[in-house]
Design a protein around this ligand. Structure first.
Ligand code: ADP
Length: 173
């Protein structure tokens, strides 16, 4: 088994273009699409994704549900619902931890070997980027330390700035 840190890669890209086993969607509780990365994923996947999502009955904050990827290069989409930042004392850190943990657990259960995460909650939901990057890196590393199913986790920054914050978080670990 490779060291957990060598199974984490930070990349700057549009997550909808990645040929990985699964991409993670920063969805909302309805799972019926929205703005940001959610909208981009639904546009790229096509209407079949929305049809499958309708049957799921939504998703709680911190939980995750899996669908097919349809027209995406990724085989699956793991939809997770991040917390809206409300100052940090409303359980936001624990809920963000839970998003990463449940997404990775679902991926491992389904035999997924490569998975890409956007910066969950760091757009419209307003989670401070440095704090979120720290949680992302820590949770992925902790998970990989006791998992030999997942071969590579990509932390995707839509901009170079986001990637830099991830890189700093990775170095500090
Ligand atoms: P949330 O509602 O959870 O905050 P957003 O979609 O608003 O989700 O933003 C989450 C992060 O995803 C932000 O850093 C945003 O810049 C990024 N993002 C938006 N579109 C894409 C994309 N196509 N690929 C990767 N990341 C994206």
């Amino acid at each position: 088994m490779l060291m957990s840190s060598s199974r984490i890669q930070i990349i700057s890209d549009d997550i909808t273009r990645l040929p990985v086993d699964a991409i993670v969607n920063a969805a909302n509780r309805s799972l019926l699409g929205g703005g940001g990365v959610d909208g981009a994923i639904h546009r790229a996947a096509g209407p079949e994704l929305l049809a499958e999502c309708r049957a799921l009955g939504g998703c709680e904050i911190g939980q995750a549900k899996l669908t097919h990827g349809y027209r995406l290069p990724a085989r699956y989409v793991i939809h997770t619902v991040g917390p809206v930042w409300q100052g940090g004392d409303r359980g936001e850190p624990e809920l963000l931890v839970s998003c990463y943990h449940h997404s990775l657990r679902l991926a491992a259960e389904r035999g997924i070997r490569t998975i890409a995460f956007p910066a969950i909650s760091c757009g419209v939901y307003g989670y401070p980027l440095e704090a979120a990057a720290h949680i992302a890196v820590r949770e992925v590393r902790n998970f990989l330390a006791s998992d030999d199913q997942i071969g590579m986790v990509y932390l995707v920054g839509f901009s170079r700035d986001v990637c830099q914050v991830y890189e700093q978080a990775l170095q500090k670990m």
